[in-house]
Design a protein around this ligand. Structure first.
Ligand SMILES: Nc1ncnc2c1ncn2[C@@H]1O[C@H](COP(=O)(O)OP(=O)(O)OP(=O)(O)O)[C@@H](O)[C@H]1O
Ligand code: SF4
Ligand SMILES: [Mg+2]
Length: 337
């Protein structure tokens, strides 16, 4: 059996949305539950605005309330319920037990301090090392994320590094304390494809070496294919499908997942496969249709879909460790072999 490191149960996040005459509530994360296992890379994938970053911020306890209202049955990190911790309790686990990296590392790095002093400071704060040992560990970490000339990088300011280098530094910083969980929010979106591939490979290697579980947030199915073991597909704040990556790509059960896959451009020697975009657009979180939120864009929708909320259910009869689950009343049949 896999070792669950993070168990999220019925997490919801809402915002009040004011218009000229009314105030409505937008539920941007709607009762999601999932588990993250030691050493795995779990993808959280979905279109812009579906609630991926808000989910990560909620897990880190970084959502300002108000305006956000967060509720959860539990967010268990080992035996600690993060949803029940106050700010000082959260500060103790952030960085050391659960860590996060963001899309644009320039916003997370301090422009006036050299990389070496920022990285060493994190190591000293979380590992209680003296200046000299922290420096040695920092150089070692930079090497582990694939930075060959670590001594030079330690003496550089963030603006002197390329985007790929900065992102490697952020990964080193986040992983320096061997957190049990790393939330990586679009960590490679700003990078070119080759650098993206290298950074993702390092991230996955480090995660496996340190037994850190990674939640990798992305809108890019190519990233999921390359780096993830399992994936959760999110649409309008709900998880609509989850499966091991190979199974998800071979046999998508939810029409939204199938639509995302069909929308990926594919280039080969034979030419470019035409892309099929999902019709319509994502509804505003304050005006979601009742029942299945995907109904207005789905060619399989019927009255049941418009009236009732489909719950996540397993495709397989038997209880297996990593089941394929979908939230659809009329799932797609398994692809013919
Ligand atoms: N402070 C806020 N007040 C109201 N709504 C908000 C607030 N912050 C985020 N939202 C809404 O929450 C929804 C989810 O946002 P989130 O940033 O999680 O999306 P995302 O999936 O990360 O998208 P992207 O791929 O563009 O990063 C969006 O519709 C967004 O407009
Ligand atoms: S529940 Fe209905 S509307 Fe929703 S994805 Fe499935 S078939 Fe389409
Ligand atoms: Mg986001």
């Amino acid at each position: 059996m896999s070792d669950t490191v993070l168990s999220v149960s019925r997490l919801s996040v809402s915002f009040g949305v004011k218009s000229a005459a009314t105030k409505t509530v937008a539920k941007v994360v709607d009762g999601i539950s999932f588990e993250l296992n030691a050493g795995e890379v779990l993808g959280l994938v979905g279109e812009s605005g579906c609630g991926k970053s808000i989910t990560a911020a909620a897990l880190m306890g970084l959502l300002p309330s108000p305006p956000a209202l967060m509720v959860a049955e539990h967010i268990l990190l080992g035996d600690k319920d993060l949803s029940a911790l106050d700010e000082s309790g959260l500060r103790q686990v952030r960085g050391s037990e659960i860590s996060m990296i963001f899309q644009e590392p320039l916003t997370a790095l301090d422009p006036v301090f050299k990389i070496g002093s920022q990285l060493s400071a994190v190591i000293r704060r979380h590992q209680g090392k003296d200046r000299k040992n922290a420096f040695t560990t920092a150089v070692e970490m930079l090497g582990r994320v694939g930075i060959a000339d670590a001594a030079r990088i330690m003496k550089s300011y963030p603006h002197q590094l390329s985007g790929g280098m900065r992102q490697r530094v952020m990964i080193a910083m986040a992983m320096a304390c061997r957190p049990r969980v790393l939330l990586a929010d679009e960590p490679t979106t700003a990078l070119d494809v080759t650098t993206q591939a290298q950074v993702l490979a390092r991230l996955a290697d480090l995660g496996r070496d340190s037994d850190t579980a990674i939640l990798l947030i992305t809108h890019d199915l190519g990233v999921v294919a390359q780096a993830c073991d399992r994936a959760l597909v999110m649409y309008c704040g709900r998880i609509v499908e989850q499966a091991p990556v190979a199974e998800l790509f071979a046999n998508p059960a939810h029409p939204y997942t199938a639509g995302l896959l069909a929308a990926v451009p594919h280039v080969s020697r034979e030419g470019v496969r035409p892309v099929c975009a999902i019709p319509g657009s994502v509804p505003h979180p304050a005006a979601l249709p009742a029942g299945c939120h995907f109904a207005d864009r789905c060619d399989r929708a019927d009255n049941q879909c418009r009236a009732h909320v489909p719950r996540l259910q397993s495709l397989e009869e038997s209880e297996i460790a990593q089941p394929h689950r979908h939230a659809c009343f009329h799932p797609l049949p398994k692809a013919a072999m």
